[in-house]
Design a binder for this molecule. Structure first.
Ligand code: THU
Length: 178
């Protein structure tokens, strides 16, 4: 036991989330199946000559449009971008008034779908959190894999205690200014 756990004044918060797991794409509703198929399809056009890891993302917008994206690598490694951000930034650039309802992410190695559900990187989680916050609407996240598919009802599950616009606006205790 750590010394602070003995403090009677201490408040603890437990964060619990539900993660839905499916064994195959056929178990999901038709809309989700379609989105996953789009994410799988676009992995084929990923530009990933350095990692060989081909990721695809498909975003369903409130206006019914499906936007897809894939990872775009670069010889100057940090200049590349993940599939999720390619799709989300394109969606926001072209349909700024449409909320993101669902994002599906797939990945393939040598043209073969990865067996475990793909896990978005921290930066993509942060960008998803921003998209969610913009429209004050939880985004369903579908993480695709050959052996199992995970469905999360909200980005908070991927990124609890996230930094957001609200933190930028919180008053400074010493100056009282925002
Ligand atoms: N990548 C994605 O596009 N999305 C993810 O969720 C994980 C990683 C890409 C970045 C890089 O091009 C390659 O996969 C290997 O990290």
């Amino acid at each position: 036991m750590y010394f602070w756990e003995k403090s009677i004044k201490m408040k603890t918060t437990e964060i619990r989330f539900l993660i839905y797991e499916f064994q195959s794409i056929g178990e999901l509703p038709e809309n989700d199946q379609l989105l996953i198929q789009e994410a799988r399809k676009i992995t084929a056009w990923a530009y990933a000559p350095y990692s060989g890891f081909h990721v695809g993302a498909a975003v369903l917008l409130g206006n019914g449009q499906i936007i897809t994206g894939n990872n775009q690598e670069n010889s100057a490694y940090p200049s590349g971008l993940c599939a999720e951000r390619v799709a989300l930034f394109y969606a926001n650039a072209n349909y700024p008034d449409s909320e993101v309802k669902t994002i599906a992410v797939s990945a393939a190695n040598d043209g073969i779908l990865v067996s475990e559900p793909v896990k978005p990187c921290g930066s993509c989680r942060q960008v998803m959190a921003e998209a969610e916050m913009r429209f004050n609407h939880p985004i369903r996240v579908i993480l695709d894999g050959q052996d199992s598919i995970l469905v999360l009802n909200g980005v908070e599950i991927l990124l609890p205690l996230s930094f957001s616009k609200k933190d930028l606006a919180s008053p400074n205790p010493s100056t009282g200014r925002e």
